[in-house]
Ligand binder design. Structure first.
Ligand code: XMP
Length: 322
């Protein structure tokens, strides 16, 4: 019988034995998986763990700053790197989803590697990979559906061994492990967020301006989801597996704002329920919630004049649009 408490106890013990006095590097993403992985390692080896958090510039609004603070609050030894210039310049003009993912994956490894090389006594690379990440990278026919950038990206020249203590766990188990270790609920309850960030939620090429537009729309959506309290007293956010906005930047439609004609982009709201991200249903969001979000986005976010709701389940759709 699996329990979070016994998982923590046995994993910390195994990590101590496996790692001894070795230094470990871990890439933090701000998400639940890498954060829980860091907390486990922190418990096992303390300051022998060095965490690296790369900002590719396509995180949620103010995410990098908020998450850095949270990590420092739980006592992690973490280095934050703003590498957004590199990512934006390498992504300029690229529209193909897989190409975007590959560039981001490659740049990420490069930036990470550059920083990791400074940690000369490192022997291990830890990753917060969980079970669904591993199976999602390959379909049963062996065809790549989407190349998840956090799987198998270990650069050979680093000569580091791989440590993935969460590799057999599902997301709900990872959350239980985090809570068991006393991590802040707000961090543990966070929805999953894709490694390539908002890049896979902007259809078409990526620019700083498009990211800024999407960050504003996304922030309105997610904050409203936290503030909407359901009949049972829970935040709407807590009932949803994952939510986000998609900028259809390659589409424009006509609207009217005051007396002026507008010709701008639509944003799609996505919200799904799921237990493991391998299948997902679109969430039946309350109409009054959707109405409020739509009004706020259109009135406050310049560049957006239409809001749609995505009613596709996985399969045949996927959670992310790219
Ligand atoms: P899809 O879109 O394939 O996504 O239904 C399934 C889950 O995986 C997340 N996702 C990623 N996570 N690196 C990640 O760490 C990635 O490259 C990546 N792509 C998708 C997605 O947000 C959803 O939770």
């Amino acid at each position: 019988q699996w329990s979070a408490a016994s998982f923590v106890e046995s994993t910390v013990k195994e990590l101590k034995e496996q790692l001894g006095n070795d230094r470990v590097i871990l890439g933090l993403s701000g998400g639940v998986d890498s954060s829980v992985c860091a907390a486990l390692l922190n418990r096992a080896i303390g300051d022998k763990l060095t965490c690296i958090f790369v900002d590719h510039g396509m995180l949620r609004k103010n995410e990098f700053e908020k998450v850095m603070e949270a990590y420092q609050g739980i006592g992690l030894n973490v280095v934050g790197i703003d590498a957004s210039d590199k990512f934006f310049s390498d992504l300029a003009g690229v529209t193909d989803p897989e190409e975007k993912r590959k560039i981001i994956g490659r740049d990420f490894v490069e930036v990470f590697n550059e920083e990791a090389k400074k940690i000369t006594d490192a022997k291990w690379l830890a990753q917060g990979t969980i079970y669904p990440d591993r199976i999602e990278s390959l379909s049963i026919t062996g065809m790549v559906i989407k190349s998840h950038h956090n799987v198998g990206g270990l650069p050979k020249e680093m000569h580091l061994q791989l440590c993935e203590p969460l590799q057999w766990l599902f997301k709900d188990e990872v959350r239980r492990v985090g809570l068991e270790m006393g991590m802040p609920e707000r961090l543990i309850k966070r929805h999953p967020f894709p490694g390539p960030g908002l890049a896979v939620r902007i259809l078409g090429d990526i620019t700083r301006e498009k990211v800024r537009i999407l960050q504003e729309a996304d922030d309105i959506y997610i904050e409203n989801m936290h503030n909407y309290i359901c009949e049972d007293g829970k935040e709407l956010y807590d009932k949803i597996w994952q939510a986000g906005t998609v900028l259809m930047s390659s589409v424009r439609s006509v609207g009217v704002m005051g007396d002026e004609r507008t010709y701008e982009h639509p944003v799609a709201l996505r919200a799904v329920t799921s237990t493991d991200a391998m299948t997902a249903d679109w969430a039946h969001l309350p109409y009054d919630f959707m109405a409020k979000v739509s009004n706020e986005i259109i009135n406050k976010v310049k560049g957006v004049n239409r809001v749609c709701y995505d009613i596709s389940s996985k399969p045949p759709s996927t959670i992310e649009w790219e």
